[in-house]
Design a protein around this ligand. Structure first.
Ligand SMILES: Nc1ncnc2c1ncn2[C@@H]1O[C@H](COP(=O)(O)OP(=O)(O)O)[C@@H](O)[C@H]1O
Ligand SMILES: [Mg+2]
Length: 486
C-alpha cells in the first residue's frame, strides 16, 4: 500500500492550507477525501496517486498542473488554480508552495521516531548516502533521498516523503554558498551529521577551502540533542570541523580515515573486480568486508557510513556485511564492458557525474589501480572542472603528476581549461584535445582497442557524459548485441 503517506487532512494541518476543488461539487466533498502515496514536483516522474507540488524554479510548476492530474496525481499543493486546472481536481491552497513543502517536511519529521542522518561534503555525499541505504537495510526500514536531492527544494522534498514508520532516514545536504546548509540541517534536525570531505569545489564562490570547511560545518547547527558528528580525520581542516562540532553541542564525535587516530580506520585496501576489499580497525577491533564500488575514496566513504550506522544504533557487523550489495550510483565509478566496432571489448569506467580536483584525483587513482588486459592501455578522457575561480588553470595543470603515477597511456582532454593540463602532460601520453566533449568522441572511439580501460570524467557542464553515451551505444552494433537479436 502506498496511499498512506499523506491524507488531505494531515497535509492541510501541516501546511495550514485550504482544501478545495476547482468547480467541484460541494455535495461530494471530494476536496477532502484524497490521500497521497508520495510527493512529486516533476510531472515527468510523477506516479499515480502522488501529491503534486507546484514549485517555481526554472519553470512555474503551476503550468504543469493539468499534466500532473492527467498522470494521476491525487491532489496538488498550489498557490493558485490556473485556468486549465481540471474540473473537481483536489487542491491544497497555500500562499507559497515551497514554504508548504517545508511545512510538510517538518510534519513528516515530527511524526517519525526513527534516526535521521544528514550527509554533506565536497565529494562523496551521494556515495555515502547510497552506502547507508544498503548498510542500514538489515537493521530496519530505510528512507533515503532520491538522486542528489540536496538543495533548498530537494531536502524538504526528501523529508516530506519520509514514511511515518521508517526506522532510519538519510538526507544529502549540499551547498554552493555560505549559509545555505543552515536552514536545511535545521529542517532535518539529524541525529547524526556526516562531513565526508572538504576540498576544492565551488572555489569561485568561496576563495579558500577553509571557508568551505566553515560552510560545511554548518551541518552541526541542526543536530538533535544528543546527536553525533562524523568527521574526516585525514582532512586538513579536521581541527576546525572538530571545534565547530563541539561548539554546536555534538554529544558524540566519531572520526574515519587512514590516520592512526581515526575511530573507523582504513588499514588496508585492495581493488577487487568491480568492488574493493577492506580491512579496517573499528573502535580498536579488526573488521574486514567487501564493498561493491571500486576506489580507495569509496573505501573511506564506507567507513564514514559505518560510523554513522553505528551512531544511529545499527549493528556495525551487519552494516559492513550488507555493503557488498552497494553499487556505485550513475556516473560515479561504475564499470562496464563496451563492445568495440572492430570486435573485442574494452572496459568503461564511468565517472562522468561531475568533477572537482578531489574527485578527479580519486578517479585517476581508480584508473591507475586497475590493470588492463594484455595489449590494453589506460585511457583517460577528461572534461573541465568548473566553478574553481582564478586558480582553475593551476588546478587543472596540477593533475599531470597523478596521470603519470596512475600509468595513464592515452590522454584525451576537452575544453579550454584542460589545455593547461594538456601542456603539462608527457608528450607520449597526449592522444587528443578538443574544445568540447562532442568534438572528442569520434577520436576516442577510433582509438580504443580490445583490453583498454577507459575512464571518463568531467564537470556535469563539460558534457563528457555524452561520450559515455556514445560508448554505451557502440554495444548495440557490436557482435554480442547482434547475436542477441538472432
Ligand atoms: N571521498 C571522496 N573523495 C574524492 N572523490 C570522491 C569521494 N567520494 C566520491 N568521490 C567521487 O566524486 C564524484 C561524485 O561522487 P558523489 O558521491 O556523487 O558525490 P556528491 O554527491 O558529493 O557530489 C564521483 O566521481 C566519486 O567517485
Ligand atoms: Mg550528490
Amino acid at each position: 500500500m502506498t496511499s498512506g503517506l499523506w491524507t488531505a487532512y494531515e497535509a492541510a494541518a501541516a501546511t495550514g492550507g485550504a482544501l478545495c476543488a476547482r468547480g467541484g461539487d460541494p455535495d461530494r466533498w471530494i476536496a477532502e477525501e484524497w490521500a497521497a502515496g508520495g510527493v512529486s514536483i516533476d510531472t515527468r516522474t510523477l506516479k499515480k496517486g502522488e501529491m503534486f507540488v507546484a514549485l517555481k524554479d526554472v519553470r512555474d510548476g503551476h503550468d504543469f498542473l493539468a499534466a500532473a492530474f492527467a498522470k494521476g496525481a491525487s491532489a496538488a499543493l498550489v498557490e493558485r488554480a490556473p485556468d486549465d486546472t481540471p474540473e473537481g481536481a483536489p487542491l491544497l491552497l497555500v500562499p507559497d508552495a515551497l514554504e508548504g513543502l517545508r511545512d510538510l517536511a517538518r510534519a513528516a519529521r515530527l511524526r517519525n521516531f526513527g534516526k535521521r542522518i544528514a550527509v554533506t561534503g565536497s565529494a562523496g555525499k551521494t556515495s555515502v548516502k547510497e552506502m547507508l541505504r544498503c548498510a542500514l537495510a538489515p537493521s530496519g526500514e530505510v528512507h533515503a533521498s532520491d538522486k542528489s536531492y540536496n538543495n533548498h527544494w530537494g531536502v524538504p522534498l526528501s523529508l516530506a516523503r519520509l514514511p511515518m514508520r521508517a526506522e532510519f532516514s538519510v538526507f544529502e545536504i549540499g551547498m554552493n554558498h555560505a549559509g545555505e546548509i543552515t536552514p536545511l540541517t535545521r529542517l532535518v534536525a539529524p541525529h547524526v551529521a556526516i562531513i565526508t570531505t572538504v576540498a576544492q569545489a565551488h572555489l569561485e564562490f568561496f576563495g579558500t577551502t577553509e571557508k568551505i570547511a566553515e560552510a560545511k560545518a554548518e551541518i552541526f547547527l541542526g543536530l538533535s540533542k544528543g546527536g553525533a558528528a562524523i568527521l574526516p580525520r585525514d582532512n586538513e581542516h579536521y581541527a576546525l570541523l572538530l571545534r565547530r562540532a563541539e561548539e554546536a553541542g555534538a554529544a558524540r564525535i566519531l572520526t574515519f580515515g587512514e590516520d592512526p587516530e581515526a575511530d573507523f580506520r582504513l588499514m588496508d585496501y585492495a581493488i577487487d573486480g568491480e568492488g574493493g576489499l577492506i580491512k579496517a580497525s573499528v573502535r580498536g577491533a579488526p573488521l574486514a568486508y567487501r564493498i561493491g564500488a571500486p576506489g580507495r575514496h569509496q573505501a573511506i566513504n564506507s567507513l564514514a557510513a559505518l560510523a554513522a550506522a553505528f551512531a544511529a544504533g545499527a549493528s556495525i557487523e551487519r552494516a559492513a556485511r550488507a555493503l557488498r550489495r552497494h553499487r556505485p550510483a550513475e556516473g560515479r565509478g561504475a564499470r562496464r564492458a563496451i563492445h568495440l566496432p572492430r570486435g573485442g571489448e574494452a572496459i568503461l569506467v564511468d565517472e562522468s557525474y561531475n568533477a572537482n580536483p578531489a574527485s578527479m584525483a580519486a578517479a585517476i587513482a581508480l584508473l591507475g589501480a586497475q590493470k588492463p588486459e594484455r595489449g590494453g592501455r589506460r585511457v583517460a578522457v577528461l572534461g573541465e572542472m568548473l566553478e574553481l575561480g582564478p586558480d582553475a588553470p593551476a588546478l587543472h595543470a596540477e593533475l599531470a603528476p597523478a596521470l603519470v603515477a596512475a600509468g595513464v597511456d592515452r590522454l584525451y582532454v576537452a575544453g579550454d581549461l584542460m589545455r593547461h593540463l594538456w601542456e603539462k602532460a608527457p608528450a607520449e601520453m597526449r592522444a587528443g584535445a578538443a574544445s568540447s566533449a562532442a568534438g572528442l568522441a569520434e577520436a576516442v572511439i577510433a582509438d580504443l582497442r580490445a583490453g583498454d580501460i577507459v575512464m571518463i570524467k568531467g564537470s556535469n557542464a563539460s558534457k563528457v557524459s555524452e561520450i559515455v553515451r556514445r560508448l554505451d551505444d557502440l554495444g548495440e552494433t557490436g557482435p554480442r548485441a547482434r547475436a542477441g537479436g538472432e
